[in-house]
Structures are given as C-alpha cells and as structure tokens.
Design a protein. Structure first.
Length: 299
C-alpha cells in the first residue's frame, strides 16, 4: 500500500459522511456529538487535503458536488468497515455480556430483525437477545424492554430517540389473487375487490383516502389485529392489503397493486432509556439496529 498517498484522517472522512447523510452541518454535529464549528473544520480540512470541493450550500442545506457524489460511495464503504471493526471489538471485549430486549411490531420482528440478530450473534456472542414481538407500545421507563422500534417519537424526557427515517407502504396482493380477480386499473376499481384490514381500520381508511383510494368499511371483509396473520391472508390470496415496501420485497408471490400510486409514508423511531450512555451492551445493539434499519431510508 502507498501510505504516502493517504492525505487525510478518519475523523475528516467521518465528518464528510455524516454531513452527506444528514444534509446539514448542524444535523451531522448532533449525530456525531460534536460542535458544528469542529465538524465544519474537519470537512474543510478534507477538502483541502484532497484539493476538491465536496459541498455547495443551497439555502440552509449542503448539497454534494459531483466530486462529492463520486467520493460518497467509497466513504460509505469505509464507514461500514469502521462500524464492523467497532462492533467486533466491542462485542469481543469485557463487560458486554447479558441480555438486551428489543420490542418491535410482530411484522418487523418476523421479517426485518432476524438477519440483524444473526449479525449480533457473530459480533457479540456474549449478548443474549430477547425479541418482544408486539403491536402494543412497551413502556421503556418500566423496563418492559431495553430498546423499542416504533412509528412515533416518545414524549418522555428520559428516553433517547433517533429517527430511522421514513418507511413507505403500498397496496399489495398475491399474484394468484390478481390473476383470479383482475388487476385494478384505477383507484375506483378497489371497491370491486376484497380488502384485508389490520388493527385500527379507521386510521387505515383515512390514510388510503388521503392518497386517493376510496376505501370504505364495507369492502374490508377480513381483518386481524396480528400483523403476521394479516399479511399471510394477503399472501395466500384472500384479498388486497397495505404493507411496508421493505416487507413486501421479502415476500415472494405478491405484487404491488396500482403501481403508479404514490406511497403511504410513516416515520420509524429507535428508542432506548438514557442508560444507553452507560450500558455498553445496549449501546452496541442500539447502534447496529440504527445502522442496519436506517440504511437507504429517506430522512
């Protein structure tokens, strides 16, 4: 390796990556726990070391230059490698043994968490993971769980919350169902189909009405308060339902209904008690969940 050609340090690279991901110096400073002037100096030092301009200011936001875009892919790879080094080092070191409980919806617990848990088992074999699969909101203050993944930001001051960005959902149905019943060509065609509902149908109807789907209670002919049961009904061809695009992408045999329709967007929050700052094992699990679940999401 040509060591002389490496003219920057990791702190500068990390500052650039955080600024690119967050879109502003203030957001990057919060994410890294640094002051904004310090972060700005690190980005400027990287630009000077490389002899390029990485950002242009547009209003209050920073926009990547073409050179910045070219560099970002390589820097993300460096960030992933650095994260794996930290996880392996932390997971193999002293003081992280014990149990960490994670509460998430039943659907996320089934479809999204298993590969992350498998990675945790590799990097931190001393940590036992308990998954609390529930659509009820666990009370972290009463230690019903250590970490929660939910669609609303907690209001309690002694909880720490980090945004995982926005998720998106669309209408889906089994290909076999659509072959049998026909594919809706317009939102109005939904009224001629069977709809599978989940939990609070009033909220579902309101959300779909907002994106142009004239859903009414009369066409919700099957429903379940269990997300896994609901999705299995859709997968087996009972009718049309709403599901997050992340889960639908992992489910063979289903396809999007009305593919030109805009998405239903919803926030995703990762929450923990403030002891996150003092518990190494909870912090390790929290950080890995954040990195894996936030990847590729819009802020």
């Amino acid at each position: 390796m040509n060591w002389q050609s490496i003219a920057f340090d990791w702190n500068q690279v990390r500052a650039f990556l955080a600024t690119a991901e967050e879109g502003t110096l203030s957001g990057a400073a919060r994410a890294l726990g640094q002051s904004q002037p310090t972060l700005g100096r690190q980005v400027a030092a990287l630009e000077k070391a490389l002899g390029v301009v990485l950002f242009e200011r547009v209003g209050r936001s920073l926009v990547l230059t073409p050179v910045g875009h070219d560099l970002l892919e390589h820097v993300r790879a460096m960030g992933d490698a650095a994260g794996r080094i930290s996880l392996v080092a932390s997971g193999r070191s002293q003081g992280v043994d014990g149990t960490v409980s994670i509460t998430a919806s039943d659907v996320m617990s089934v479809y999204m968490l298993p590969p992350i848990v498998a990675e945790l088992r590799e990097v931190a074999p001393g940590i036992a993971i308990e998954i609390v699969a529930s659509n009820e909101i666990a009370d972290l203050q009463r230690r019903e769980a250590d970490i929660a993944i939910r669609h609303m930001r907690p209001e309690q001051q002694d909880l720490i919350a980090r945004s995982l960005g926005e998720g998106s959902a669309h209408l889906y149905a089994a290909t076999a169902y659509l072959d049998r019943m026909g594919r809706p060509a317009t939102p109005e065609d939904i009224a001629r189909h069977i709809f599978v509902g989940f939990e609070q149908n009033d909220r579902l109807i309101e959300g779909l009405n907002e994106v142009g789907i004239p859903l009414t209670p009369e066409i919700i002919r099957v429903k379940s308060g269990n997300g896994v049961v609901f999705w299995e009904m859709v997968r087996q061809g009972i009718g049309i339902g709403v599901m997050s695009d992340d889960v639908a992408a992992l489910t063979p045999g289903v396809e999007r209904v009305l593919p030109g329709l805009g998405p239903i967007r919803f926030p995703i929050w990762l929450t923990a008690h403030r002891e996150l700052h003092t518990s190494r094992r909870v912090r390790l699990v929290f950080d890995l969940l954040y990195e894996r679940l936030r990847a590729g999401r819009p802020s």
